[in-house]
Design a protein around this ligand. Structure first.
Ligand SMILES: NC(=O)C1=CN([C@@H]2O[C@H](COP(=O)(O)OP(=O)(O)OC[C@H]3O[C@@H](n4cnc5c(N)ncnc54)[C@H](OP(=O)(O)O)[C@@H]3O)[C@@H](O)[C@H]2O)C=CC1
Ligand SMILES: O=C(O)[C@H](O)CS(=O)(=O)O
Length: 491
């Protein structure tokens, strides 16, 4: 039986109602369409609204507007662009609660997590308002007589983004703030499950004085919109966060116009616990890394590896804490785990657990759907590399746990995947921590901590977890071209 979810759209009130936008933001106009797409509350299945299903003609209109707005925006000084970004940031801070409520209603995450994501999303806008002032070039000692050599960075041009449903606000600003700060317009296509967070950001961008062609949000079928973006030579860069499967499709589609792609794709994070650590600290870290965003997070711990002397004790405490997690509607104050995004996600989680059971794993707690889009927080022990739970990103509140004996085995098991986004390792041994940082084949490695992200860090993966980096000082470079000038001095 699905957990009781008293909250529905009718119980949902905004302090600032005009943040709830049921039109796309194109070329400085709120734009509707005859055809619409329904959006549902994943906790109740209730329809909460409808958004325009815009097609390729609307994409061309948006690209026309972006191309027209680009010169004036690029001609602003970094300070002038920063002023508008900081006004956008101020709007996000002022309307934090409404933005969080909108997110919880459409994505399902607990309200406290949604508030945290709004802070996270706003922090990227503030970060890139500053970073835009530091798009430095360099001078180069000339190898040629009578020459002065230098480089400069210039905006790459019109850019686009396709953003996921699991971080429907932060993944918009982590891309758009960097693009705008670099002097580029960006056209965002949010996931059809969670459009309202992006549309509310568009409303705040409008109020912040960001020109209509510079930040746009288009809604409609992902494939046809992506196809129109990929075909247009004026779109010079596209940023995508989502599955590796879709990332590969976008790489193929980008070839004809040689677009720059920034891809944040799937993960399969190992969480390695050595027997020299404090058990409670390791359990706390594993709970945070596994169940953040109800498990629907590319940084989620997908495989928990525990050194054998600690294995039984870890399982006992971890399973007890997992069983105590409260499942419910994200707007309910005591909810720890919200619904998954849809029935397909529930079926994938249950298939992973069933496959593990059939192959000899033990289910210590959970392991079943709870009705609707809810799935019980689950711990599966004695997982082996042949199981789907080991090989695939489960993207659900299902924890896979297995034992290992020594450091070499831990590294081998951790690296036994085509993904390489983040790896976690808990050990008291500084030498081992350093060796693990070197040996783990991942874009990011967290040692003795579960929280590692934020604007200053280069977020991104290796292998089939993607390419490029977001945030940090590197995030701006995704949206600029490095130009080399060779100046021959007269006479
Ligand atoms: N790295 C991450 O943060 C995320 C990873 N994932 C992984 O992906 C799995 C499936 O989740 P799902 O939501 O289906 O993620 P997808 O990658 O399938 O979808 C993400 C976005 O891409 C759009 N899209 C889908 N197909 C195409 C295409 N061929 N061309 C262009 N755009 C496309 C979708 O549009 P539409 O909305 O119309 O479907 C959506 O907006 C998850 O279980 C998880 O493993 C998912 C989300 C985030
Ligand atoms: O912390 C983050 O930035 C998220 O993990 C991003 S994602 O899950 O949407 O890739």
């Amino acid at each position: 039986m699905a957990p009781q979810t008293a909250r529905t759209r009718s119980h949902f009130q905004l302090d600032t109602p005009h943040l709830w936008r049921e039109q796309a933001w194109l070329a400085g106009h709120w734009t509707g369409a005859r055809e619409t797409l329904a959006v549902t509350d994943p906790a109740t299945g209730e329809t909460i609204g409808h958004i325009p299903s815009l097609g390729e003609a609307a994409v061309v209109t948006a690209i026309d507007a972006a191309a027209a707005a680009l010169p004036a925006w690029a001609a602003l000084t970094p300070d002038e662009r920063a002023d508008r970004l900081l006004a956008w940031y101020a709007g996000m801070r002022q309307h934090r609660e409404d933005l969080a409520r909108i997110m919880t209603l459409e994505e399902g995450k607990p309200l406290a997590e949604a508030r945290g994501e709004i802070d996270y999303a706003a922090s990227f806008v503030r970060w890139f308002a500053e970073e835009g002032r530091r798009a430095y070039g360099e001078t180069i000692p000339s190898h040629l007589p009578g020459r002065h050599l230098h480089t400069l960075r210039q905006p790459i041009g019109v850019t686009a983004a396709i953003t996921p449903w699991n971080f429907p606000s932060a993944m918009v600003t982590r891309k758009a703030a960097a693009a705008l700060a670099a002097g580029c317009p960006m056209l965002v296509r949010p996931a059809s499950e969670t459009p309202y967070s992006a549309l509310a950001l568009a409303r705040l961008a409008e109020q912040a004085g960001i020109p209509g062609g510079i930040f746009q949000v288009i809604t409609g079928d992902g494939r046809s919109i992506a196809s129109a973006l990929m075909r247009d030579t004026r779109v010079r860069a596209l940023s995508f966060t989502g599955s590796t499967e879709v990332g590969k499709a976008l790489i193929r589609q980008s070839a004809d116009t040689v677009k720059r792609l920034t891809l944040e794709l799937g993960g399969n994070a190992p969480f390695i616990v050595f027997d020299d650590v404090d058990l409670d600290a390791a359990v706390d870290g594993a709970l945070a890394a596994k169940f953040q965003t109800s498990g629907e997070d590319c940084l989620a711990a997908n495989r928990i590896l525990v050194q054998r002397p600690l294995y039984a004790a870890f399982l006992e405490r971890f399973a007890a804490r997992t069983a105590a997690l409260r499942v419910g509607h994200g707007l309910e104050p005591d909810t720890d785990i919200g619904p998954l995004i849809d029935a397909r996600a529930v079926a994938k989680a249950d298939q992973h657990v069933s496959d593990a059971r059939e192959r000899g794993a033990r289910v210590l707690t959970g392991g079943k759907p709870l009705g609707g889009n809810f799935y019980a927080p689950t711990v599966v022990a004695d997982v082996t590399p042949d199981m789907a739970l080991f090989r695939e990103e489960t993207f659900s509140p299902v924890a896979a746990v297995l034992a290992f004996d020594d450091e070499a085995e831990a590294v081998r098991l951790a690296n036994d995947t085509e993904y390489g986004l983040v790896a976690y390792c808990y050990t008291a041994d500084l030498g081992r921590a350093t060796r693990l940082g070197d040996a783990l084949d991942y874009g990011m490695v967290a040692i003795n901590c579960a929280k590692l992200t934020g604007p200053p860090i280069p977020f991104g993966g290796v292998k089939q977890s993607g390419q490029g980096r977001e945030g940090s000082r590197h995030g701006l470079d995704e949206y600029s071209e490095l130009k080399y000038i060779c100046l021959g001095l007269p006479g």
